[in-house]
Write a protein that binds this ligand. Structure first.
Ligand SMILES: O=P(O)(O)OC[C@H]1O[C@H](O[C@H]2O[C@H](CO)[C@@H](O)[C@H](O)[C@H]2O)[C@H](O)[C@@H](O)[C@@H]1O
Length: 374
């Protein structure tokens, strides 16, 4: 296998595992009867909040220990397999059942409403791989998404730069929100979903462009001596990848990122799947992008819309929360392992996402056939 086609998986949400060990009386995992499905805003457990707090800017700069703890926690190298872990997994599945198993119920809930599809890219449409430039989606997935977009308005919502994610997906009929929703190419505002709609650009962080370029150049320079570190310019945000960095070098990498960021209080840091994400402090995220796109599609204050958002990352939680708050549609988390989430359902990996999308296409075609026969 070459480096490019090595598929990799993050271990069970180690952030959760670490916290469970560290605060044994407040495990985030509980049985279905003990804890209701995640409430809006309930993505971060209290103890995890504490952990993440260490990540945030503190006196002009993040605490080094917070960074390294979080990097370790979100990307474990040693996970113990215990019977209680199996129980926790079954309990989690009860609260976030497979969207494939629950397909009929999901479709029933959407009856009489316009389904709108929102799809994250990495880890959702394409499997996680070591080299971010090689995260291609399969032809089968592309064909499926193409068919899906014929049935429902469909948008890609990604942390990637919009052009980059477009170069992977290559479907002109979709809407695209890149840079964690800060770069949207969607339908002309207020216009109902129609083929050939004029598209509009919405870039709420455009004033940060020079700053992001500056920070990107500095991060390239500061991390060049750390083997495996990859800095990716996502236009309105920057990703620093450590998937291929030896764990003993993570601290050094965190220190370098920290030394750059302390000069930029208007930028904030979050973490994803073996990646540190640097982005503007503006109140804009994938959830806001979802709302913006719904509005652009003409669904402002509509009760007859049914948005479905599928994603695998912490940044997708902002969109899951919005759906819960609106009480519309639902979120589907792509994960093999239990994670705190505001999503209602789960799918394990991109191949299951493809099966789910195919089922949606098939259902839509059948319902159109049914209508034609009446
Ligand atoms: O919102 P997304 O579309 O999920 O983008 C989030 C980040 O995804 C990419 O990084 C992740 O996927 C890489 C390729 O599989 C993997 O190597 C990396 O470890 C993952 O974190 C992308 O490269 C980032 O820029 C996105 O922010």
């Amino acid at each position: 296998m070459t480096k490019q086609n090595v598929l990799v998986s993050d271990s069970p949400s180690a952030l959760n595992m670490t916290i469970t060990v560290a605060v044994s009386n407040s495990s985030i995992f509980t049985t279905a009867t003990q804890k209701p499905p995640a409430a809006p805003g309930g993505y971060i457990s209290i103890s995890r909040k504490k952990l993440l707090k260490n990540l945030e800017i503190n006196n002009g700069g993040p605490r080094a220990n917070g960074w390294i703890d979080s990097m370790r926690a979100s990307s474990p190298t040693h996970i113990k397999s215990t019977p209680s872990l199996a129980d926790e997994q079954s309990s989690w599945i009860l609260r976030h059942p497979s969207a494939l198993d629950m397909f009929e119920q999901i479709i029933d809930a959407s009856k009489g409403k316009q389904i709108v599809m929102f799809l994250d890219y990495d880890g959702t449409l394409s499997p996680i791989v070591e080299d971010p430039d090689q995260a291609f989606m399969s032809d089968a997935m592309r064909k499926t998404v193409k068919k899906l977009a014929r049935c429902f308005p469909t948008a890609i919502v990604s942390g990637r730069c919009r052009d980059k994610v477009y170069s992977f997906v290559r479907l002109a009929e979709l809407y695209y929100a890149g840079s964690h929703g800060m770069d949207i190419k969607g339908p002309a505002k207020g216009s109902k979903y129609k083929k050939g709609n004029q598209s509009v650009l919405f870039q709420p962080a455009s004033e940060f462009l020079p700053m992001i370029d500056e920070v990107y150049a500095q991060l390239i320079e500061k991390t060049k001596s750390i083997p495996g570190a990859i800095v990716e310019n996502n236009k309105f945000c920057v990703s620093v990848h450590y998937r291929c960095v030896e764990e003993k070098k993570w601290n050094e990498l965190a220190q370098q990122v920290r030394s750059v960021l302390k000069e930029y209080p208007k930028l904030r840091l979050s973490s994803g799947r073996k990646v540190l994400e640097i982005r503007p402090t503006i109140k804009w995220d994938k959830g806001k992008a979802l709302e913006f796109l719904l509005e652009s599609l003409g669904f402002t204050n509509c009760t007859d819309v049914f948005p479905v958002y599928i994603g695998d990352d912490r940044t997708d939680e902002d969109a899951f929360k919005i759906l819960r708050e609106r009480g519309q549609g639902f979120g589907i988390l792509v994960s093999k392992f239990p994670k705190e989430t505001s999503a209602s359902y789960s799918l394990q990996e991109p191949s299951e996402v493809m099966n789910f999308l195919q089922k949606m296409v098939e259902w839509k075609r059948q319902s159109l056939r049914g209508q034609a026969m009446v």
